[in-house]
Design a protein around this ligand. Sequence first.
Ligand code: OOB
Length: 534
Amino acid sequence: MLDGCVPWPGELAERYRAAGYWVEQTLDVLLRDGARRHLDRTALVAADGTRFTWAELDAWADRIAAGLVAAGLAPQDRVLVQLPNVPEFVALFFGLLRAQVLPVLALPAHRESEIVPLCELSGAVAYFVAEDDGAGYDYRDLARTVIKAVPSVRQVFVVGDPAEFAPLPTADPIELPAADPFAPALFLLSGGTTGTPKLIPRTHTDYLYNARASAEVSGFTAETVYLVALPAAHNFALASPGLLGAMSTGGTVVLAPDPSADTVFELIERERVTVTAVVPPIALLWMDVVDFMDADLSTLELIQVGGAKFNPEPAARVRETLGCDLQQVFGMAEGLLNFTRLDDADELKITTQGAPLCPADELLIVDEEGEPVAPGESGELLTRGPYTLRGYYRAAEHNSRAFTADGFYRSGDVVRQLPSGHLIVEGRRKDQINRGGEKIPAEELENHLLAHPAVHDAAVVGMPDEVMGERTCAFVVVKGDAPALREVTAFLRERGVAAYKLPDRLEVLDEFPQTKVGKVSKVALVRLLTGEDG
Ligand code: OOB
């Protein structure tokens, strides 16, 4: 295991192997085998209609792998990858796997305040970006800041015009040694609950299981045409089942640059898309406008909705509005995935967030004292299993709190389990805001707010919102004149905070309500917003 990663205990690892959840293959097998089997069929389609056969994608990944080696990158090196949904994302992903260089997958929305700490924590030696985001934001400026701030980052590679940096490296293919299937292949980002980012190591074999089993439970086949509507770097769109799941069955992957109805409906019609995955606000948006747009969505068989709670009322309207089946997905980058099954009764598809993917997923639902609740009661979900991490990367101290002594991950989600095994997500015990699927660690935003000269104290909470599930409210105690929301968000942007983390509302208080033990009472703060008492 890479230094800083926590392995599964030998006895469990043996069990996962014996049961066939862990196979002795590397993730790269998805492209290598796919290319062997499907050769001249279409593997990947870009938004502009550029198409790549399996053989072309395979050859491209080989050239990138050789280019990475020629550029001096070595096995186990970490690199930061921040690319939008472009074909280069897929080719580079497999190129990195082949060269055994470990990508840290950042979201396109991330900025300096996320990217710099991620590079520091991972010791990244290179940074891969796109020229821009298509909407005027130039990632090369961000790269200039990052290389100045983080000495380990020696190289920047750019998709598009590289300016003073290098283009994606390619070279004539070379023979490369095979990776250890049980070693980390990549790092996902955690939604986070603390002031600093957390990295999730995913091994070849655990992520292969994640992608293949998800594809199976979602009914993917060689005829599947999967539209990547969420950022490809997110676990949902990447491997749950996502683009890797579609590749595992020989399906076709179509890349959408953004999830707007205009963009997506046109791609669904043009490419005859059969399945896609979105967060609830996007599903709501599509359902709202579909009647006013004359797109042909008749090929769409399934929409997967997850990342945040999808309420039963809109869930019940999916079939009549979008004309397709609904699959709810309750997952986490840390591992555990829950899916409603395609043959579940409508009631379950509409009112639950699904049942665990793997028979070896172990779930505990516990009360505040950590004791298991009675069956059917709600409590915090703890889990371990063949594709759930045993520790964040280089985070020994945090790991001692985020996991139980016997290795269960504390999800921070409050759930209730039906006799069928299906879970209903009822809330959260972690200090995080889930803004339409985008996760905001409260402490991180509070730290940024505290840096503002007029802010004496800060507490960030989620306020209920019909469309987003929650929006972000920042409560502050000020010194001197109270700043306006606009001034505060400008300040946060200036600090390089991602746009989705900016507060939607600012409330100034003389002092914060406190709990019995003298901590800021976030429950009381939310009550101030919703006007509920008791
Ligand atoms: C997915 O992954 P992350 O890592 O961005 O966020 C995980 C957290 C969960 O712990 C839970 O708090 C929330 O997001 N969540 C849901 C949910 N799906 C995720 N809360 C309620 N209902 C749901 N359906 O969000 C993710 C990863 C893979 C597949 C799907 C989602």
